[in-house]
Write a protein that binds this ligand. Structure first.
Ligand SMILES: [Zn+2]
Length: 296
């Protein structure tokens, strides 16, 4: 071996070692490593993936009640939450688009964990629909993505993280199968939803979204949109309407009155209890609502 070769090899090894230092160091410094989640659905995934992993503290950017992040803007305190964080977990698929460009400019060094990596997206009006977590099958895929990324960032806990991710992804896949089987008798049935949160959910369940009256939950549906939805519901021979918790569904009330269609509530799982099984609970409630809606 030439001296030059040995020097080069040494440089290479040193570079590799340095690259690893910032990863494990947070958890080893005695201070808990902060992992920041953009919003509720990815927090529930993270709680499962990081179950029993010591020295990790979870934070969430969007306060309870935010819902989807369509219009979310960062406050100064949010940037502080990210100081020294191990990573920011994002849904991806454009859900964080209202603040992510600014954030990656302000905190260029902050590692991201993008749960949507590799997931094929549906598009509405030429834009990617970001509500992927509402398919239990895609939530399972997001969990695997998250596990792989967190295992890279916390190499000392790699095995536990990957095991957790695999187990929770299995739970979600079984949940999806159980729901789809329970709804098999209603395959192809239409639903009308308040905002465009449910296309991945509907596809996973073998259902079809006939219409959504708004793109974003805080948008007021236009009279034209309402009139179009009324015609679609009539043409379809009636179909159940689904509002969301916390919205004032004036538009859906009008559609219900005009068409005689019954109204229920589907949970987009953007808020709820801080519990690892919260997603499963919310989905089972959604299943019960659908069975009631189609059974009546
Ligand atoms: Zn949304």
């Amino acid at each position: 071996m030439t001296r030059l070769f040995i020097q080069r090899l040494f440089c290479l090894l040193l570079t590799a070692a340095l690259a690893l230092v910032p990863m494990g160091a947070f958890a080893e410094s005695g201070e808990p490593a902060t992992v920041v989640c953009s919003f509720y659905p990815v927090r529930i995934l993270a709680e499962n993936v990081l179950r029993d992993v010591p020295g990790v503290r979870l934070e969430t950017l969007a306060p309870a009640g935010t819902g989807c992040l369509h219009d979310f803007q960062l406050m100064t305190g949010d940037l502080k939450k990210l100081d020294g964080a191990l990573c920011l977990i994002i849904n991806g698929a454009g859900m964080e688009q209202s603040f992510l460009p600014l954030l990656t400019r302000e905190r260029a060094e902050l590692p991201l964990a993008d749960c949507s990596a590799g997931i094929e997206l549906m598009s509405d009006h030429g834009e990617d629909n970001p509500h992927i977590w509402l398919s239990p099958f895609l939530a399972a895929r997001m969990t695997v993505n998250l596990g792989q990324r967190l295992a890279e960032l916390l190499p000392d806990e790699r095995e536990r993280i990957l095991e957790n991710a695999e187990r929770y992804a299995g739970t979600l896949t079984r949940l999806g199968e159980e729901m789809r089987d329970a709804l098999a008798g209603y395959a192809g049935r239409y639903i009308v939803t308040f905002h465009e949160a449910f296309p991945y959910f509907a596809e996973a369940m073998g259902l079809r979204v006939l219409a959504s009256v708004t793109v974003e939950p805080d948008e007021t549906p236009s009279p034209r949109m309402i009139a179009q939805t009324v015609s679609l519901v009539r043409e379809a021979g009636g179909c159940p309407l689904f509002s969301e918790p916390g919205v004032h569904p004036d538009a859906l009330n009008v559609i219900a009155r005009e068409t005689g269609a019954p109204m229920y509530e589907l949970n987009p799982v953007t808020d709820g209890p801080d519990a690892p099984d919260a997603y499963e609970q919310a989905m089972r409630e959604n299943l019960a609502v659908l069975l009631k809606a189609f059974g009546e």
